[in-house]
Design a protein around this ligand. Structure first.
Ligand SMILES: [Zn+2]
Ligand SMILES: [Zn+2]
Length: 78
């Protein structure tokens, strides 16, 4: 099972800031990432779901296992 790294902190779990941005090596730890609550995992894009995302659906949304399965079932409904 694969985990998707949080897009906001690139899976670090913390936000790093720099004065100049880009490749500026002078960065500091600006605190815990709010998007993933410091876990470094991307959470499910489904509204109201805070499970860890484990895959992408065909719409490019990162969903947890349950939501992926639900989405797949809906996608194949007649
Ligand atoms: Zn994060
Ligand atoms: Zn979910």
């Amino acid at each position: 099972m694969s985990f998707i790294p949080c897009i906001k902190c690139q899976g670090e779990g913390r936000i790093f800031k720099s004065t100049y941005g880009g490749n500026d090596p002078d960065v500091w730890d600006a605190g815990k990432c709010e998007a993933c609550d410091g876990s470094g995992n991307h959470t499910c894009d489904n509204r109201g779901c805070d499970e860890i995302a484990q895959g992408f659906n065909d719409d490019g949304e990162a969903l947890c296992q349950d939501c992926l399965m639900e989405w797949t079932m809906k996608a194949f409904e007649p």
